[in-house]
Each structure stands twice: as C-alpha cells, then as structure tokens.
Write a protein that binds this ligand. Structure first.
Ligand code: AMP
Ligand code: MG
Length: 355
C-alpha cells in the first residue's frame, strides 16, 4: 500500500518536472534549493502541505518574490492543514467552535460558497469520513455502511455557521470536522501569484504536486506550456495546454488511493454516499484565472461525473474551462480550450456551449 502511494507521489513530481522542463528549468530534488540563471529566473523547490512544490519567478524582484512566497506557504500550512494539530482548522475540528483568522475565515466562506454552488459535490465537511477510510493516517480500512451512514449525519452544511465579521465558526453537532484539502492547493497557488505581483514580477509559475498556476506569459512573450499528466503514470501526457494567467488544476482518483480485496478506494468522496465517488471519470482538469475556484471545481466536477459536470460548465462557462478523462479513456475538452489544447496521443471531443 505504502509503495502505491510513493509511486503516486513520484508521478506527481514527474508532472512538475515535465512542466519545468518545458520552460527551461529543472527540479532536481525535493530539497529546498535556489538557482538563478542568465534569464534571471529564480526557482525554489519545497516540500510543504504534503506536496512537492516548485516556484519560479523571472526578472527584477524574482528572488524576493520566491522567498516571500515560500515563507507564506508555511503560514498557510499552519492555518489550514488538518495534518498539524496546531493549525486553525485542526483546533476548530477538535473543539467544534473557533474564531478563525480573517484569512482562514475568508477561505472557509469560499469553500461553503463553492459547496452551495455545486450542490455539495464540493463538500468541506467530509473529514470524519476521510478519517473513517484512514486517509489522514494512511491506516486504510473500508468502513461498513452503517458507520458511513452515521458519519454522514455529521456533514450537513446547515449545521455550520460562520460569522463573517468575527470569523467565528461553530458546528452544531459534536464530531463535525472541516477539511479544506480540496481547495488549499489552488488557494495557495493563487496567493503565490499575488505575492509575485506585489514584488513586481510579471512572469512566473508555481507547481504544487503537478497543479500549476502561471503568471503572465513566458519572458519571450509566448504562452506557458502545461502538460497534463496521464493517470496511468506514463509519459504519454494527455495533452498540453498553452496558457497565460491561468491555474490548471487536476483532481483524479489515481492521486491517492488504496486497494483492498481487489477493489480500489480513492480519496475523493461523494458526500451523498460517504464512498469514493464513482462517477465514470479518471480525472478532471480545471483551467481558470481563479486558482481557488479551479481547485474547488476540480474536486466537485470529478464527483459530479461527465453529464452533470458538462451542464455545470455550460451554465458557468465564463469562469472556467475543463478537460475530462473518462474511465473508458475518452477525452472531453470544453470549447474555451479548443485553440490552446493539443494532444498527440488522444483524439478529443469538444464540449460546446449550450444552444
Ligand atoms: P483534490 O485533490 O483537490 O480533488 O482534493 C482532494 C482532497 O479533498 C481529499 O484528499 C480530501 O482531503 C478532500 N475531499 C475529498 N472529497 C471531497 C469532496 N467531495 N469535496 C471537497 N473536498 C473533498
Ligand atoms: Mg480540488
């Protein structure tokens, strides 16, 4: 089991390396390292929030920008991580009531907003169920139906209140627990872009375990090229996106899972059942200017499945685009990406706007 997870981590690192290779950089290890090349690129690799991250910024201010961003990642980790007992979210989960910092409260509010917009497909209160499956500790087990049924009682979105002024979050049932893991990566990458901009950087990128957000264009004015990982872990990438100022965030059952008695159980839970979502999708990639939205929707649209996700995109196509890989290896690409996506290995079907 552990070997499976290590392989998954290595695959994600590979995705980040391919991305950097495409823009003239390389990530050599998971250790923190600095490098400055002739094009005034500054790159730093860090392992934080349970993820390998690569930050690259170009031009004046790049060094400061990357340093500030790395510092800030630690702040966010201490705020949001369910894995560290001292984080704001962990304290909330322990006591069922806590005053969050304005930043954590703002992200919590955003998570609730995305939950409402996606009819609970994105759901920030599933931590008791994640624990029952053993995902946080990696002590995996398959809970029985009665246990899941009782834990589902702790996931009603009506049982949480958030006071926007004070940041006070209160759960009305003992045992309720929040999990912002489905949104934290994208929130982090979008903040890194803001830090880069505040340091005067106009060209840069960050990869968090293969989830990418880019600022501006490359220094030669061309688009960033972001390769999409194939869930089978091979170097047959699903395709390449050419983008500027976008987050490109993927959710897939292959990212974290375990096997028991010949069945694979992954980490994206359907809040309606408590079981890993079986939606007929292998992966969903969301492309958006808004990293937080992209992350929330990557999880939500994975849970929804192709038909519901397609309708959701058609109703919200001004805010994001998406790429879906189905269980039967069909690739679907929303119309907004048809001129910036290429694939040498896959034929793909365009999802058009609603008539
Ligand atoms: P992502 O990789 O962005 O899809 O996030 C997956 C992580 O989000 C999981 O490891 C859980 O911590 C959490 N999660 C699982 N299921 C959901 C869900 N339906 N909605 C929101 N977060 C979820
Ligand atoms: Mg997500």
């Amino acid at each position: 089991m552990r070997r499976v997870l290590l392989q998954a981590a290595a695959m994600l690192l590979c995705a980040a390396m391919l991305f950097c290779g495409g823009c003239g950089e390389s990530t050599e290890s998971a250790e923190q390292s600095d490098s400055t090349d002739a094009a005034e690129a500054v790159t730093k690799d860090v392992f934080a929030m349970d993820t390998y991250m690569t930050l690259t910024a170009y031009g004046d201010g790049a060094s400061d920008a990357v340093d500030q961003a790395v510092d800030y990642i630690e702040t966010l980790d201490a705020m949001l991580s369910t894995g560290s007992a001292d984080s704001e979210i962990s304290k909330l989960n322990e006591t069922g009531s806590a005053v969050l910092s304005s930043e954590a409260a703002g992200l919590f509010a955003r998570a609730l907003e995305i939950a409402e917009a996606t009819d609970g497909a994105f759901h920030p209160l599933l931590y008791p169920i994640m624990e029952a499956w053993g995902f946080p500790t990696q002590e995996y087990r398959v809970p029985d139906a009665a246990e899941l049924e009782s834990l589902l009682q702790l996931t009603d979105l009506d049982d949480v209140t958030l006071d926007a002024d004070s940041g006070l979050v209160t759960f009305s049932k003992a045992g309720m627990k929040a999990d912002l893991g489905g949104i934290a990566n994208g929130y982090t990458s979008s903040l890194i872009m803001e830090i880069f901009q505040s340091c005067g950087v106009t060209s840069g990128m960050v990869s968090l375990g293969g989830n990418v957000q880019v600022l501006g264009a490359k220094t030669d004015g061309s688009d960033w090229r972001v390769a999409l990982q194939n869930p089978d872990g091979t170097e047959n990438y699903l395709g390449v996106l050419e983008v500027q100022d976008r987050a490109v965030i993927t959710s897939g059952g292959y990212e974290r899972y375990f096997e028991q008695d010949g069945t694979t159980y992954h980490h994206i839970i359907d809040a309606k059942t408590g079981y890993p979502a079986e939606s007929g999708l292998q992966s969903v990639t969301i492309v958006s200017e808004d990293g937080t939205l992209a992350d929330g929707l990557s999880t939500a649209l994975f849970v929804m499945g192709l038909d519901t996700a397609k309708a959701y995109w058609q109703a919200n196509s001004s805010t994001f685009d998406a790429i879906f890989l189905t269980d039967d290896d069909m690739l679907y690409v929303t119309a907004g990406l048809k001129d910036c996506f290429t694939s040498s290995d896959y034929e793909w079907i365009v999802i058009e706007e609603a008539q």
